[in-house]
Write a protein that binds this ligand. Sequence first.
Ligand code: VTB
Ligand code: MG
Ligand code: MG
Length: 332
Amino acid sequence: MERMERFMLAGHNLGLDLMRATEAAALAAGRWAGRGEKELGDKAAVDAMRAILNQVRMDGTIVIGEGEKDEAPMLANGEKVGTGEGDKIDIAVDPVDGTRLLAWGMRNSIAVLAAAEGGTMYDPHMCFYMEKLVVSHNAADVIDLDAPIADNIRKAAKAEGKDVSEFVVGVLNRERHNDLVKEIRAAGAATRMFTDGDVAAAVAAATPGVKIDMLAGIGGSPEGVVTACAMKCLGGRILARLHPTTDEERRRTAEAGFDVDRVLDTNDLVGSDKTLFVATGITDGDLVDGVRYLPGGDARTHSVVMRSESGTVRWVEAQHHLDKVNAWRESH
Ligand code: VTB
Ligand code: MG
Ligand code: MG
């Protein structure tokens, strides 16, 4: 009884409210799956996500609106969201992580959002890319971003209780990773290459027993901060370093007071221990299933909602009666 009471005192789980925003983004973007229109799919997700975020009782600020690197439609950095009541919350959104996957009708595009106590999220908008290394809680203490990848693989495999030959490293399929891929294979591990969507890959890496054991390589900075929020929920770890690709970007980043050489730990990317991570599938994927549009105007979504304070990971399947939802929306 006492235990139950204490659990209830942990109070309201904002993640469940925020899940409506990723659901709405996925429902809107899913219509664009396989239609070759990156921008339109992204814009549909952004608009739907914003509309729901503004209904949520919170004093929210968009710290990461995403999209600058890709010049995608976005929620503006610094934009206020929510009703303005309640707690101050930092929000990072990626209404579509994997716009190309969506446009091509490929697997693993998700609508994703992370939240943390106000003022605790790293703002990486000056620098589009980050070098990243992500592992599960088993290997959290043995990785080092400055060490050769072979050492990290060997130590992480041992910590996971695996042989290196069974170890799989997720890597974005980009030319910039050609050497990294060679080193991973030379170390005796396998790669799992993917075209986009390193948030889903990072969550997979942080979940023992799922296909990917580690995520390595250079990906988007916004996705790095979103990943850090997920790590606080799952107990995994992300190590990162900003990766300017031009002198101009290096200068801008330094001028904004960022140290481009510093190794950023999970805690640097999000300082709060109260984080939330929410994702809804747009196309079918490894983490969550995509949107199913059913005959008669219904649709089904599949989401995951994580909360660091309790460590709860919820998988939520929801049925949406779209005609009814739209009619309701128009009347409000
Ligand atoms: C990754 C990937 C994203 O950006 O972060 C990638 O996970 C990195 O940038 O889905 P490039 O595509 O320029 O290499 C995305 O593809 C898009 O945000
Ligand atoms: Mg993205
Ligand atoms: Mg995106």
